[in-house]
Design a protein around this ligand. Structure first.
Ligand SMILES: Cc1cc2nc3c(=O)[nH]c(=O)nc-3n(C[C@H](O)[C@H](O)[C@H](O)COP(=O)(O)OP(=O)(O)OC[C@H]3O[C@@H](n4cnc5c(N)ncnc54)[C@H](O)[C@@H]3O)c2cc1C
Length: 465
């Protein structure tokens, strides 16, 4: 047992199970301190994340206390200046898991060099992925740009590897503290009322994540392939915020799914595959984090229209399925995947607003916000991504609504003004000539654009590139 303190740098890994770095620290040291670096500025444009992280810290602290391990939260202005001071401290070893964003991976190299130069023992572990982001490549050594062949190879590669060993934290430690001036997790939790609503829908924590996974496998995975498209059903796993913040490792998901022989398992694991694919893409093509993956979109004639953008954000476009999605997002910090595609397509193709604006708004609201998935999701919708939907395929919000929310249940849940509208008109309330049921323009807006006109305009704009 090492005599010095073992530090575990906690990022998006709020779990004990398959938390390789934390487990290593607890196996090697009698005294362990877990620390979280809180950079206020980082959350200015991703506010709902603060709620999830504040809650997660609260829960993780309680779990650690049972083992006599302190969780210390330190407010920083820059990661570099924090670590530059840490390098020269003595009497500790440090462990962390990788985060698969190019900035973090580059910073890992900086940290490795400096810890080594200062003779500090450190070790970096695999983070929350099945395969490391640079492990799966084409035969000629170049990265895959298309999902299907990527996933065929990635799945095979993962299955051929020896699965990571599961080890557990099992003993109590000698309590230790390491850093001065620590924060309470309560100081991270945002004060705004907006976030209070989230408590109705989510319970951040490792046990909740596992329970959600088990419920999903027991009750819903069988019909996942079909049910996943219908936003009025709870047809998907709703695990995304837990996966994003590492309450559950994707290897655990894989293992639990592999224990059952049910119809939807492959389709579900393929979606986990999209997440893996997106993480490889942003690391091989980091330019896509700042703009279009496909450079031809740099010339796209986007329009700046604050009125339209605000109507979209507020769920007041006059297209019920779009408005329901945007309101679900604001109320719950999450939106169904099918509806993410519909609202995204509407912003980019009906309103001709640059996908970057949508990406920014999602970043601020989504509890599952992930740089890789959000940027790739938006570029998929816009047509500018690696393996994207073609720009000329324009979702018709009326038909999408009629197909995937036939009874209008989803719309009525989130757009209460429409609760008395008969199902025939629920996705086109402007055709309802019944002032007593709905006063269009007063109770609910007229459509801000006319679908067919907007479609033709988008196609014309696309021809320019
Ligand atoms: C415009 C747009 C933006 C998006 N932004 C994000 C984001 O910031 N964070 C995020 O996690 N997902 C994002 N997605 C992908 C997807 O919508 C969500 O992962 C999914 O809706 C989460 O719900 P679930 O956990 O019930 O998914 P399930 O269907 O149960 O899937 C299980 C898991 O697989 C992964 N997954 C599922 N679909 C996708 C996908 N299309 N791409 C990548 N991974 C996927 C997620 O980790 C998800 O939790 C975005 C999609 C679009 C179209």
């Amino acid at each position: 047992m090492a005599k010095n303190i073992g530090l575990f740098w906690l990022k998006d890994d709020f779990r004990f199970c398959k938390n390789f770095a934390l487990i290593e620290a607890t196996r090697k040291h009698d005294q362990v301190v877990v620390f979280y670096l809180y950079k206020k500025k980082k959350f200015e444009d991703q506010q709902s994340q603060k709620w999830w992280i504040g809650k997660s810290l609260e829960e993780f602290k309680k779990k650690l206390i049972k083992f006599n391990i302190n969780l210390e939260i330190i407010e920083i202005t820059s990661y570099k200046s924090f670590f530059d001071k840490l390098f020269i401290k003595k009497n500790f070893s440090i462990y962390w898991n990788k985060t698969y964003e190019p900035n973090y991976l580059a910073f890992d190299s900086y940290l490795s060099k400096n810890f080594k130069d200062n003779s500090v023992e450190f070790k970096i572990f695999k983070g929350n992925v099945l395969n490391e982001v640079d492990e799966v490549k084409k035969g000629d050594g170049t990265p895959f740009k298309v999902f299907t062949p990527y996933w065929r190879n990635a799945e095979k590669y993962y299955l051929e590897k020896i699965p990571s060993m599961e080890k557990k934290i099992s003993k109590c430690y000698k309590k230790a503290s390491f850093f001065d001036k620590t924060l309470s997790e309560k100081e991270i939790l945002p004060k705004k009322n907006w976030f209070k609503k989230f408590e109705k829908y989510w319970n951040p924590g490792e046990e909740s994540a596992f329970k959600e996974l088990k419920n999903f496998i027991n009750d819903r995975i069988e019909n996942y392939s079909e049910a996943r498209n219908f936003p009025n059903l709870i047809g998907t796993s709703r695990l995304s915020p837990y996966i994003k913040h590492g309450h559950i490792h994707v290897e655990t998901i894989w293992e639990e799914c592999s224990k059952v022989k049910k119809k939807g398992v492959n389709k579900f694991l393929t979606e986990i595959g999209w997440r893996e694919f997106n993480h490889t893409l942003i690391n091989f093509f980091p330019h896509m984090l700042k703009g279009n993956y496909s450079k031809k979109f740099d010339k796209f004639p986007w329009e700046k229209n604050h009125k339209f953008l605000n109507a979209w954000k507020k769920g007041l476009t006059g297209y019920p399925i779009v408005d329901a999605g945007m309101r679900e997002l604001y109320q719950t910090g999450w939106m169904h995947n099918r509806v993410r595609m519909i609202v995204g397509s509407f912003l980019v193709k009906h309103l001709l607003i640059n996908w970057i604006e949508g990406e920014k708004y999602f970043k601020n609201c989504l509890l599952d916000y992930s740089e890789a998935n959000n940027v790739s999701g938006w570029q998929w919708v816009a047509g500018s991504g690696a393996d994207a939907a073609p720009y000329f395929r324009i979702f018709n919000p009326i038909l999408q609504g009629e197909k995937f929310d036939k009874e209008g249940e989803y719309v009525k849940k989130w757009v209460s003004e429409l609760k008395n509208v008969p199902k025939k008109f629920i996705h086109k309330p402007w055709e309802l000539n019944e002032n007593s049921i709905l006063k269009l323009g007063e109770d609910y807006p007229f459509p801000i654009v006319v679908h067919e006109k907007a479609r033709l305009k988008a196609l014309k704009a696309f021809k320019k590139i």
